[in-house]
Design a protein around this ligand. Structure first.
Ligand SMILES: Nc1nc2c(c(=O)[nH]1)N[C@H]1C(S)=C(S)[C@@H](COP(=O)(O)OP(=O)(O)OC[C@H]3O[C@@H](n4cnc5c(=O)[nH]c(N)nc54)[C@H](O)[C@@H]3O)O[C@H]1N2
Ligand SMILES: Nc1nc2c(c(=O)[nH]1)N[C@H]1C(S)=C(S)[C@@H](COP(=O)(O)OP(=O)(O)OC[C@H]3O[C@@H](n4cnc5c(=O)[nH]c(N)nc54)[C@H](O)[C@@H]3O)O[C@H]1N2
Ligand SMILES: [Mo]
Length: 755
């Protein structure tokens, strides 16, 4: 468990299977919620129940009775835990003492139970009433000389109703400062895809997986981070559709998987091979892989073979000439050098792609978190356009989103660069003039704290200080603030790295019911495939003193904007009124929201490219060029290694469930560095050596993490990986994709030094 002896061994079993079943039972036991947790699991992702609080992958239309996975069960067990953080707990420890504890320890203390206020004299959090808390927020916000001195963060577990009201409150207050977790995650999808296809979302629905003739999974650790998608991959593989997995780490579930829900496979210890082609790519090598495939296609087309969808290209697209010239001009030796792949494998992947009449390309953080993340996604779209892989069954682009409602939060207004059309509608519907300029994304909000222009930080969920880059610098920036507010289910580091005043405001969790004066309320979420569904908690809230997020937003607004014309109090009780307003602000997609949500299966938000309609400026799908083969600045240092910061199997972002990472064979340790054997040998290191890492950066700041164990692991040469958030001190704040603001957390240039 948390403090056992570190062990490193190879995991030779298929992913999923009995290992997953055992892990599910174990986590329910650890949180002492076997009966309660098992009961709640039966309601998870079922009509009339609640949506899994873990990832954003859609659930399969009620086809299976148990629509949850090992990691969904962990998320639920940690939410439904019997452990509580009470006023006695805060009386026992000073904030300085709590700061010395690990993230894992903080998480294991359990659910927050009542509002707390920081008391500087005793260095403790002390109880305060909800009225006092809201009054303090109102006082601080009204005292600012400009509304732009406040930063309003959102994490993607926040449901639509709360996120929508939060966006209205913040705009009525007068700023578009909406740093949010999406800025560190799929923002390249939101910003990169619109110029290409007109929407910043995926274009596939779950059913498309049943019709796909090939599936590419690029830079995404499916078995750990969206395990429910394994069902679709297993099904595809069983009917013979090839799967191409592109990843610098041979992620276990992408190689072999046993479905925990498949009784026969479980009983016979059977499993399904997943990747028909495992593409062991260098970190940041994806652009050259894509260009290599396109080069093959253009060459074969030039030789008279029909490998492109000429009709689709002629009718729907603009810009193929530049893409063709660029791909043909690439040199194989360079493609091979930058990608770390051999030409024959790239040709085989191109062949798979050419043979398939309908292809889905899925991707995750392995593509988005690079300096050119947004433009890299445009190249993925180019590849799809070449064979008309939009607007037909079984085809399209599938960003595998992170948080369960991160896509929904963006749809309903959490956006630091809102469109003028949207702002006009907010004005018309709510009768106030919203601010028109751009606000801060996550990195800019930290810069504003650092230079003293930001004074208040409100965190609607999440664990901002642990999620962002440059840990030491970010801690210092947060500590300069006048007020920090953490609206949360669990205690986390964000509550301990605080401003002069600080509040912890505990909320009702996804799995718990919400009862108001108007009766039982439900919330809604939008999954990664744009399905909007209702979520109704089934458990009793963690304490009688926690409040739903909607109520917290309304009461912050009432305390801050006493003259507001928006009827905040009415929304506290009746969530249908909120959905009515969402429908008014977004009539194209949300008309009739309150009626449509009565369908137990929910409804799908229109994605125009599915109908071959392209809401781009020119009304066409655009081929967009990214010259060269590199997606990150080239670093001229022979000792340089590219570091990807990744998730273990036992964490949800900054929440650490245990110090194990079963599929990668690491137990009781998170301070490890996965490294290629030759890279180790070249540095005179043996597997297990104690090392430190330093960032190779250009800003003159020293960044270093000590106490790491280097492990011989099948990584490509020059590529290393370790865990987020422990390695965030190595990620420079200004090392990010300029289009999306997303930190390049998968390609930090580092060097190994003696530890
Ligand atoms: N259980 C669980 N589920 C989760 C989460 C969690 O922490 N735990 N987090 C949620 C969130 S917010 C998100 S955004 C998603 C994240 O889910 P993923 O996108 O799977 O996130 P990561 O674990 O960061 O890493 C992705 C993969 O990218 C690979 N990779 C690294 N660099 C490169 C590269 O240059 N090219 C390619 N092709 N691959 C590369 C890594 O080896 C890793 O397998 O999952 C969501 N679901
Ligand atoms: N180096 C590096 N950095 C990264 C990444 C990476 O791959 N590498 N990934 C990035 C990504 S993809 C993301 S999405 C961000 C994640 O950043 P965040 O979303 O900020 O972080 P989480 O760890 O998901 O937040 C966990 C906290 O949310 C609170 N919480 C949980 N459920 C609820 C709820 O229902 N309501 C409320 N109000 N609070 C709740 C709990 O108190 C918990 O402590 O991190 C980013 N940072
Ligand atoms: Mo994410």
């Amino acid at each position: 468990m948390a403090d056992g002896k570190p062990q490193y061994k190879t995991y030779n079993h298929p992913a999923g299977g009995w290992g997953a079943a055992a892990a599910t039972a174990k986590v329910l036991m650890e949180q002492s919620v076997i009966t309660k947790g098992s009961r709640a699991l039966l309601a998870m992702n079922q009509p009339g129940g609640f949506k899994c609080p873990s990832c954003a992958f859609p659930d399969a239309d009620c086809k299976k009775t148990l629509e949850f996975c090992e990691n969904g069960a962990k998320a639920l067990a940690h939410e439904a835990t019997k452990f509580r953080v009470t006023r006695e707990f805060f009386q026992k420890y000073t904030v300085t003492e709590l700061m010395a504890q690990s993230d894992y320890w903080l998480e294991m203390q359990g659910r927050l139970t009542e509002p707390m206020r920081y008391d500087a004299a005793s260095d403790r959090y002390v109880p305060c009433s909800w009225d006092e808390a809201f009054a303090m927020i109102g006082r601080h916000l009204r005292a600012l000389s400009s509304p732009h001195e406040a930063e309003f963060y959102t994490s993607g577990r926040t449901p639509n109703e709360a996120a929508f009201l939060y966006s209205i409150f913040v705009r009525a207050f007068g700023t578009n400062n909406f740093p949010d977790c999406s800025n560190m995650c799929h923002e390249p999808t939101s910003r990169g895809l619109p110029p290409a296809i007109g929407v910043g979302k995926g274009t596939v629905v779950l059913e498309d997986f049943e019709h796909a003739e090939a599936i590419f999974v690029i830079g995404q650790n499916t078995g750990t981070n969206s395990p429910r998608m394994m069902t679709n991959l297993v099904e595809a593989r069983k009917r013979g559709a090839p799967i191409v997995a592109v990843n610098p780490m041979p992620e276990r579930a992408l190689i072999r998987f046993t479905e925990p829900q498949d009784v026969v496979q479980m009983a016979t210890f059977g499993s399904t091979p997943i990747a028909s082609e495992f593409v062991h790519i260098r970190i940041g090598g994806d652009l050259s892989f894509i260009k290599g495939m396109m080069k093959v296609m253009f060459e074969r087309e030039a030789a008279g073979e029909r490998v492109l969808d000429a009709d689709f290209i002629a009718e729907h697209t603009v810009g193929i000439e530049a893409i063709r010239a660029d791909a043909l001009a690439q040199d194989w030796a360079e493609i091979v050098r930058v990608s770390g792949l051999d030409e024959a494998q790239i040709r085989r992947c191109a062949e798979i792609y050419i043979r398939s009449r309908a292809t889905i390309i899925c991707y995750g953080m392995g593509l988005t978190q690079h300096q050119q993340g947004s433009r890299l996604l445009q190249q993925v779209s180019n590849l799809l356009l070449l064979r008309g892989n939009y607007g037909k069954p079984g085809a399209g682009i599938a960003p595998i989103r992170g948080h369960s409602n991160v896509q929904g939060d963006r749809t309903v207004g959490i956006d630091e660069k809102p469109s003028q059309d949207y702002l006009d509608r907010v004005r018309d519907v709510f009768g106030f003039e919203p601010p028109r300029g751009h606000g801060h994304h996550t990195v800019e909000s930290v810069e504003a704290m650092e230079n003293g222009t930001a004074k208040v930080f409100i965190g609607m969920g999440g664990n901002f200080v642990r999620a962002i880059p440059d840990t030491d610098r970010s801690y210092a920036a947060m500590r300069k603030l006048a007020l920090t507010v953490g609206i949360a289910t669990k205690l986390n580091r964000g509550h301990l790295v605080h401003g002069r005043d600080a509040l912890i405001l505990p909320v009702v969790a996804r799995s718990e019911w919400i009862r108001t004066a108007a009766g039982e309320q439900f919330v809604t979420i939008e999954d990664a495939m744009a399905n909007v569904t209702a979520s109704r908690g089934v458990l009793t809230p963690a304490s009688p003193h926690v409040l739903p997020e909607v109520e917290i937003v309304c009461r912050m607004a009432m305390a801050t904007l006493p003259d507001s014309k928006v009827p905040w109090a009415s929304y506290i009780d009746n969530y249908d009124l909120i959905r009515g307003k969402i429908a008014e602000v977004y009539p194209e997609i949300y008309a009739g929201f309150s009626e449509r949500i009565k369908n137990p299966k929910g409804f799908h938000l229109d994605i125009p490219p599915r109908r071959l309609v392209w809401p781009t400026e020119n009304g066409k799908a655009n081929f967009l060029l990214l010259p060269g083969l590199e997606v990150n600045d080239v670093v001229d240092d022979p000792a340089m290694l590219r570091l990807a910061t990744v998730r273990s199997h036992d964490q949800f972002n900054t929440t650490i469930y245990s110090n194990n990472d079963r599929y990668r064979g690491v137990y009781n340790d998170r301070m490890v560095l996965f490294m290629n054997a030759e890279d180790l040998a070249e540095r005179g290191l043996a597997s297990g050596a104690r090392i430190a890492l330093e960032t190779i950066s250009t800003d003159g700041m020293a960044r270093r993490v000590d106490g790491l164990t280097a492990l011989d692991y099948p990584m490509p040469r020059g590529a290393v990986a370790g865990y987020y958030p422990e390695l965030n001190p190595l990620l420079p704040l200004d090392y990010y994709d300029r289009i999306s603001g997303t930190p390049a957390a998968k390609s930090i240039p580092v060097r190994v030094v003696a530890g």
